[in-house]
Design a protein around this ligand. Structure first.
Ligand code: T4K
Length: 414
């Protein structure tokens, strides 16, 4: 069977069915924002000259004060990664027993609890969004509940006012996983100031990149003090340990990258915003594909191009589109499929959790994240939209062709 569905006009054949891939090299979702290479190398040179590479060197101190200032908070404790920052924040807040969180998040949010033998209790997300639904939390509160973790998924702020009300009503700690939300705001307030504390990630794929890195930001001086002790083995002086702790320190090399990345923030936002506008234009007429928007009243970093696929309207499922795109070297991702509750150990521990997570289950099967940012050009985005438009326009032929393939449709890699 001949199939020519690469574009709406039918030129070319999908790479999945033997055509030339649309891109000769991969287009990644999380390609790092690098910033000014010379500025980075100069910082590395200074660190080498100083022979001071970790243990709260001057670059880490500068990074901490810049991140604190950027978020309008008193305290920032930089860490080796966001997961460790989450674990330390959870421990410094004294959380035990059960903690309520969304399942539609990166698995690190749940692991940060389970790793410390705290039970993650998965709560469904809003009917009209991807964040924790404040209206559903109270049904999960038990005498063992000690806290809530809200996630500002894809940089869209959680409903912080409603979450705070629930936390206050039940005397629960409230912590935010703000891994995606650097530089974002809610109601005129910068993310970073909500709840007891917020946790940032500076992983290479994040808006601000420190290769690996994370931070706890807070206005609570006592909490910040405990967090700082915990990330440095509990040392309070040269040989005085006053607290249990681990090694969660950020290195000078990471801080050098983080500072350089921070300096490029305005430019990165602009590039991300332009790519988002290109996706909006390119996908506007494509049935069944809805690009996630951002509330114009909030500031955002526009780091994620998230598309929800309505299989019936598009004629193809999210998984089919991801598989077609990946063959074209467009390495779309199914973040955060299948949801934490369907990953181990949660899947075995709580096999029925999905019954209380209908919206999460629906969204986990529909969302895909597309390449954006500085690593893709505006023309690339136009081309990716053209591919999607072509696939959807020719969905019946593609489905028919698929049905004849040995093994039929396989699931794309997450
Ligand atoms: N909370 C939330 C909500 C999070 O999303 C994350 C991390 C955390 C907490 C924990 O923070 P960290 O401990 O990571 O600081 C990636 C990242 O490793 C992870 O940081 C991130 N979330 C998650 C959403 O994505 P993977 O397993 O998908 O990574 P990987 O290797 O498949 O890379 C993703 C894409 O980026 C690929 O297309 C390749 C591309 N890439 C990646 C790297 C590392 C590059 O182009 N260059 C690179 O250097 O988890």
């Amino acid at each position: 069977m001949s199939i020519a569905t690469h574009t709406r006009t039918g030129t070319g054949r999908p790479a999945l069915f033997g055509g030339e891939p649309a891109f000769a090299t991969p287009r990644h979702v999380g390609a790092p924002n690098l910033g000014d290479r010379d500025a980075f190398l100069a910082r590395i040179g200074e660190a080498l000259d100083r022979r001071w590479l970790t243990n709260r060197g001057p670059l880490v101190e500068e990074f901490e004060s810049r991140v604190a200032a950027r978020h309008g908070v008193e305290h920032c404790v930089a860490m080796c990664n966001g997961t460790t920052a989450l674990e330390i924040a959870v421990r410094a807040l004294g959380l035990t027993g059960e903690v309520i969180l969304p399942s539609f998040t990166f698995v690190a949010t749940a692991h940060a609890l389970q790793w410390q033998r705290i039970t993650p209790v998965f709560c469904d997300i809003e009917p009209d969004g991807y964040n924790l639904d404040p209206a559903r939390i109270e049904a999960h509160v038990t005498p063992r509940t000690t806290g809530i973790i809200g996630v500002h998924l894809f940089g869209r702020p959680a409903k912080v006012e409603a979450l705070q009300r629930v936390a206050d009503r039940h005397g629960l700690a409230l912590l935010y996983d703000a891994a995606h939300a650097f530089g974002c705001s809610r109601g005129g307030e910068t993310i970073g100031r909500f709840g007891n504390c917020e946790v940032l990630s500076f992983h290479a794929t994040k808006f601000v990149n420190a290769c690996e890195g994370g931070a706890v930001v807070t206005d609570d001086a006592d909490l910040a003090h405990r967090v700082r002790l915990m990330q440095n083995f509990g040392f309070e002086g040269l040989d005085r340990v006053t607290h249990i702790g681990i090694n969660g320190k950020m290195s000078e090399v990471s801080a050098a990258m983080g500072l350089t990345s921070l300096e490029g923030e305005a430019e990165m936002v602009e590039v991300n915003r332009r790519r988002h506008a290109a996706y909006r234009r390119g996908l506007a007429g494509v049935p069944g594909l809805a690009l996630m928007g951002y509330d114009p009243r909030d500031r955002n970093n526009w780091q994620y191009a998230v598309v929800e696929v309505d299989r019936r309207a598009a004629g193809l499922s999210r998984d089919q589109l991801v598989e077609l795109l990946r063959a074209e070297n467009v390495l779309a991702r199914r973040y955060f499929h299948p949801g934490c509750h369907r990953m181990e150990p949660y899947r075995s521990l709580y096999p029925h959790a999905g019954r209380l997570l209908p919206r999460t289950e629906q969204v986990c099967g529909r969302v895909m994240v597309l390449p954006t940012g500085g690593a893709v050009g505006g023309d690339d985005v136009t081309r990716i939209c053209g591919l999607l438009d072509g696939f959807v326009a020719h969905a019946p032929e593609i489905r028919a062709h698929w049905a004849q393939r040995p093994g039929k449709r396989g699931d794309a890699n997450g």
